[in-house]
Design a protein. Structure first.
Length: 400
C-alpha cells in the first residue's frame, strides 16, 4: 500500500513559500520583501553583539545540557515578566502571572490555544482583518472556529476603530479575541492609548478573553512604551494571555525563544492555570529548548549587556524608520502620483503598502522583487543598496 500516492501535495506557505521561490530566482538584483525577519543594511540578519557576549559567557560557565523544567527556567520567566509588565508591577508582586518558555511566539500561541480549547471547547476565536497569515492556521489546528473583526481601513490607511469596537461589542462572553499589542502584522498600524482603554473596558464588561500577540516589543517606540497596552489589561484585573517572542528584538530567530504568559485575577487562579498548561506542554514538546532563553536571560541579568541590548534594539528601530522614509521619498521623487506618505506613520517591520496583487505579481515576474499578496512589505528588507532599484521598479509599474 502506497500511503502518499493518491494524496496531493500541500500548498506552500504563503510567506515561507515566497522565500523558496526567491532563492531559486536567478535575477542578480532580486529583493525579498516578504519574509518577516530583520535585515541590516548589508541584507544580513545579524547576531546582536550583546548576544555574542552572552553566549561566550554561557560557553565558559554552562555545566550541563540537562532538561529544563516543563515551564522553563524560573529566571527566564522572571525576565519575561519584567519586560511585559515592568519590574515594579503589581502583577509580579502579587504572583498573578505564570510564564512558560515556549518554542518561539508560534509555540506560545499554539500552547495557549490548546489550553483554552481544553476548558472552553465551544468558544470561538476572533482575529483582526487582516492578521498574520499563520494565526488562523494555528488556532484552526487547535480546534477553534475562527471569526474576524474589522481592523484596517484601506481608505484611511488606519485602524477602523469604530468598526472594531462595534464588532467586539457583540463578541460573546467566553470567546477569545486575538490582538496585536504593537507593530501590527501585516498593516503596521496600531491602536493608540485611549483606544486601548476602550478595548480593555469592553473586554471587562463583555467577559471575552484577550489573547495578546506581542512579537515586536521595542520595534515601535521603545521597550517600555510598546508594552503600554499590556499594562492596561493587567490593571483591569481580568484573565488574559500574552504570547511574546525574542526572535525580533534579540535576533534569536533560529533559537525559537518565546513565552506564553497567563494572567488571572489572583495568585490562586494563576497556580491552577499553571498546573494545566504544564500538562499541555508535557504532551506537546515536554520541555523548552534552552539556549536562546539562557542567552536572553544572561543579557537581561547583566546591567551592562542590558544597556547594550537597549541600544541595539534602538538601532534596528531607527533603521526601519529610515527605510520607510527612503521608500516614500524615493517614490515621490520618481513622480509617482499615488500618495504613500502613510508608510512613514506605520510602525514596526511591516507595511500595508497599498500595492495591488497585480502590481505584486508584476514586480515578482519582471523585477525579482518578492512581496506577499495583499501588498505587505517587510520594510527591513530594504537597504541602501536596493532602495533605488525597488523605487524604480515600483514607479515603473505604477506609471505604466
Amino acid at each position: 500500500m502506497n500511503m502518499w500516492k493518491e494524496i496531493e501535495a500541500a500548498p506552500a506557505d504563503a510567506i515561507l513559500g515566497l522565500t523558496e521561490a526567491f532563492k531559486k530566482d536567478a535575477n542578480p538584483n532580486k529583493v525579498n520583501l516578504g519574509v518577516g525577519v530583520f535585515k541590516d543594511d548589508n541584507g544580513t540578519t545579524p547576531i546582536l553583539n550583546c548576544i555574542k557576549t552572552a553566549e561566550v559567557k554561557l560557553a565558559e560557565t554552562e555545566t550541563t545540557k540537562g532538561y529544563l523544567p516543563i515551564p522553563g527556567s524560573p529566571a527566564y520567566a522572571a525576565n519575561v515578566q519584567k519586560l511585559l509588565f515592568g519590574a515594579d508591577s503589581e502583577v509580579i508582586s502579587s504572583k498573578r502571572a505564570a510564564t512558560m518558555h515556549t518554542p518561539g511566539g508560534t509555540g506560545a500561541l499554539r500552547t495557549g490555544g490548546d489550553l483554552l480549547k481544553k476548558f472552553n471547547p465551544d468558544a470561538k476565536l476572533w482575529v483582526s482583518t487582516p492578521t498574520w497569515a499563520n494565526h488562523k492556521g494555528i488556532f484552526t489546528a487547535a480546534g477553534f472556529a475562527i471569526n474576524d473583526y474589522p481592523y484596517y481601513n484601506p481608505e484611511t490607511k488606519d485602524v477602523d476603530f469604530e468598526g472594531m469596537l462595534a464588532a467586539l461589542e457583540n463578541v460573546p462572553a467566553g470567546d477569545i479575541v486575538l490582538m496585536h499589542v504593537c507593530c501590527h502584522n501585516p498593516t503596521g498600524v496600531d491602536l493608540i492609548g485611549d483606544q486601548w482603554d476602550k478595548v480593555v473596558e469592553l473586554a471587562k464588561a463583555k467577559g471575552w478573553t484577550p489573547f495578546l500577540d506581542f512579537a515586536y516589543q521595542g520595534f515601535g517606540d521603545s521597550i517600555e512604551e510598546d508594552r503600554a497596552a499590556i499594562e492596561k489589561f493587567a490593571a483591569a484585573g481580568i484573565d488574559f494571555l500574552v504570547a511574546s517572542s525574542f526572535s525580533k528584538n534579540f535576533g534569536l530567530y533560529n533559537e525559537r525563544t518565546g513565552a506564553l504568559t497567563i494572567v488571572t485575577p489572583s495568585a490562586e487562579e494563576t497556580a491552577v492555570a499553571l498546573s494545566h498548561v504544564k500538562l499541555v506542554v508535557r504532551v506537546n514538546y515536554s520541555n523548552p529548548p534552552a539556549h536562546g532563553g539562557l542567552a536572553a536571560s544572561a543579557v537581561l541579568d547583566d546591567a551592562v549587556l542590558y544597556e547594550q541590548w537597549i541600544g541595539e534594539v534602538a538601532e534596528m528601530r531607527v533603521r526601519i524608520k529610515e527605510m520607510r522614509a527612503a521608500l516614500v521619498d524615493g517614490l515621490a521623487a520618481r513622480g509617482v502620483k499615488q500618495d504613500f506618505s502613510f508608510i512613514k506613520e506605520q510602525r514596526g517591520m511591516f507595511s500595508f503598502s497599498g500595492l495591488s496583487n497585480d502590481i505584486v505579481a508584476w514586480l515578482k515576474e519582471n523585477k525579482g522583487i518578492y512581496i506577499v499578496n495583499g501588498g505587505r512589505i517587510n520594510v527591513a528588507g530594504l537597504t541602501s543598496g536596493n532602495i533605488d532599484y525597488v523605487c524604480d521598479a515600483i514607479a515603473e509599474a505604477l506609471n505604466a
